[in-house]
Design a protein around this ligand. Structure first.
Ligand SMILES: [Zn+2]
Ligand SMILES: [Zn+2]
Ligand SMILES: [Zn+2]
Length: 140
């Protein structure tokens, strides 16, 4: 069974498998300098309607922001578009290619592409969350 099918079943079947990790807006997770708000509030229902439509994606790159490489620039952290597999850099990076990709395409969901990180971010719903049973896209 594809990963995302299982994921949707979990969401719809229990309504309790999404943990809201951050209550403040922070697209870069741990990179903001401060501690994350560790409140793990269990909430029912769908906090992001886009998650159900997310499918397995093939990342554009395994360890780089291709647009930054083309520009000769550096980046801070990588994010993976869950619609098409675009790899872009985070908002702490000079070029903010992940956000630029959302603004250009409307693809709302990204996951952290940093090793060991398993959080998701939805640009439309402005929510960060983790999904139980879905491991980090890249192992730590
Ligand atoms: Zn959403
Ligand atoms: Zn970039
Ligand atoms: Zn995309």
């Amino acid at each position: 069974m594809p990963r995302v099918a299982a994921l949707c079943w979990r969401l719809r079947g229990t309504g309790r498998t999404v943990k809201k990790r951050l209550t403040r807006r922070d697209r870069c997770g741990r990179t903001g300098g401060g501690m994350m708000d560790e409140e793990e509030e269990r909430i029912g229902g769908m906090i992001c309607s886009h998650l159900a439509d997310a499918g397995p994606v093939d990342p554009d790159s395994l360890d780089a922001c291709p647009e930054c490489v083309a520009l000769g620039d550096t980046w801070v952290h990588l994010r993976e578009c869950q619609t098409c597999g675009h790899i872009g850099c985070c908002d702490s990076s000079k070029n903010k290619h992940a956000t630029a990709h959302y603004e250009a395409t409307g693809h709302p969901l990204i996951r952290s592409f940093e090793p060991g990180e398993s959080w998701w971010w939805c640009y439309e719903d402005e929510v960060v969350f983790e999904v139980e049973g879905v491991p980090p896209e890249r192992p730590a």
